[in-house]
Design a protein around this ligand. Structure first.
Ligand SMILES: Cc1cc2nc3c(=O)[nH]c(=O)nc-3n(C[C@H](O)[C@H](O)[C@H](O)COP(=O)(O)OP(=O)(O)OC[C@H]3O[C@@H](n4cnc5c(N)ncnc54)[C@H](O)[C@@H]3O)c2cc1C
Length: 420
């Protein structure tokens, strides 16, 4: 039976959900205060990678030992702002516990796999439907290491990737050089994961998906959702800053700002923002043949339509604190060491910086599924580091739930009730 579904948020998760719901014949209204695909969304500024191989959560065994360092170094790849620590503690505790054993990490990897596995193909299909197939590419992603020993030191991650279907080509020093001449010579070992893909302009892509949804009949409401009107256990309306929108179902896809909406639907979820940064270097003067992730820097490099984008960093400081642009400088500095051909002096107009909010649960798994307080409200948030990749499959699951079909993936690992 066709429903009127209000989708809250138009990042990649909201946009993909809208298209899947329209495909099933539902009436769709998208509520979004910003520009779809705009800079307010994590979906705009991410690392652009569509990696089925990204099944490894951030938390890993022994990470707790590094927490004092994270607090001491405000410019490290993962930092915690002292002033935010008291509010962060419950999330941080769950985060450290979630990765405390190899078995726990393996269970998370298994649960992420079905959300990521078909991602490049699903994105290609959406991009073709929306008329922007040129934004998708699939040449694989390079993972580079100073030595083979550095790769072997990370054996747990790569074993779990292999167990979850990732395959790769090993590249020795010479092969790496031939594949990617611009790369610094300190990297002497590489892996090419050929199945991984890339979106060359995620903001423009999300905007195109939303435009396509509107062309298919979706209504756009440029306002902020504030909660729900629920009567006798059934959803009657989504409340917004500009009044109620009557509906049968709602999807919470508000990214890092989903926690209060989930609470209004009866679920107290553990959701934080892992703030990330990017730098885009226009006309970088070098050409990358592959997107690249270096083992000695927690970041991703990729050519985009605007230039070379370097994205990364994790800063635990909440939604409201001002950006620390020194973190973007770190990305730029590292980029010069990874690709020595980058110009030493770049005029400010050729460097663009951005900060955004990953929507992160402590266990690295999203919340997908009906809310406890009202099954007409569907959670679709908390995708952390892999939301661009997992967006299309999440959209399909949302449509399956709304349509009352048996979900094609076991939803239990994503239940919001795990935080109760
Ligand atoms: C630096 C960085 C690098 C990354 N790299 C990658 C990568 O390479 N690959 C990958 O897969 N993922 C990556 N990610 C993660 C990915 O970007 C996110 O997981 C994903 O974009 C989340 O999508 P979303 O739709 O849930 O949220 P968002 O894209 O944040 O969209 C949420 C939308 O909801 C709107 N909203 C908020 N509150 C309300 C409200 N009350 N009412 C209505 N609308 C509201 C917002 O305005 C926003 O537009 C990266 C993230 C960062 C920060």
């Amino acid at each position: 039976m066709a429903s009127h579904v209000v989708i809250i948020g138009s990042g990649i998760v909201g946009a993909a959900s809208a298209l899947e719901l329209l495909r099933d014949g539902h009436r769709v209204t998208i509520v979004e205060p910003g520009e779809p695909g705009g800079e307010q969304a994590a979906s705009y500024g991410n690392g652009t990678l569509l990696n089925p191989s990204s099944v490894i959560p951030m938390s890993s065994p022994g990470l707790w030992k590094k927490v004092p360092g994270y607090l001491a170094d405000p410019l490290g790849p993962l930092t915690i702002r002292w002033s935010y620590l008291p509010r962060l503690l419950p999330w941080l505790w769950r985060f450290l516990k979630a990765g405390s054993t190899a078995d726990k990490v393996a269970a998370t990897a298994r649960a992420l796999q079905p959300l990521l596995a078909e991602s490049p193909a699903l994105h290609r299909r959406l991009a073709e439907e929306a008329g922007v197939p040129e934004l998708m590419s699939r040449h694989g992603v390079l993972f580079v290491f100073p030595t083979r020993a550095d790769f072997e030191a990370d054996s747990l991650s790569w074993r779990l990737r292999r167990e979850n279907g990732t395959t790769w080509l090993e590249l020795d020093d010479d092969e790496l050089r031939q594949r990617e001449p611009a790369l610094d010579r300190r990297y002497r070992f590489g892996l090419l994961v050929e199945e991984n893909g890339q979106c060359r302009d995620p903001g423009a892509y999300v905007a195109a998906l939303v435009r396509h949804a509107v062309d298919q009949g979706a209504k756009m409401r440029r306002t902020r959702a504030t909660g729900f009107r629920i009567e006798a256990g059934r959803l009657r309306a989504v409340t917004t800053a500009q009044g109620d929108i009557g509906c049968d179902k709602a999807v919470i896809a508000a990214g890092a700002r989903s926690r209060d909406l989930a609470a209004a639907a009866g679920d107290r979820v553990s959701l934080e923002t892992e703030r990330g940064y990017h730098v885009v270097i226009k006309d970088p003067g070098i050409e990358l043949r592959y997107p690249m992730m270096p083992s000695d820097g927690k970041m991703a490099f990729a050519m985009t339509r605007e230039g070379l984008r370097v994205g990364g960093q994790v800063e635990l400081a909440g939604l409201e604190a001002a950006a620390n642009w020194k973190r973007a400088e770190i990305l730029l500095k590292f980029a010069r060491t990874a690709y020595p051909g980058l110009p030493a002096d770049l005029p400010p107009e050729r460097v663009k910086v951005w900060m955004g909010h990953r929507p992160s649960t402590p266990d690295g798994l999203p919340c997908i599924g009906p809310a406890i307080g009202c099954a007409d409200i569907i959670h679709a948030f908390g995708h952390g580091h892999v939301g661009l990749t997992a967006g299309p499959k999440t959209g399909k699951l949302v449509a399956e739930i709304v349509g009352g079909r048996t979900p094609s993936v076991d939803l239990r690992p994503y239940a919001a009730s795990r935080f109760a």
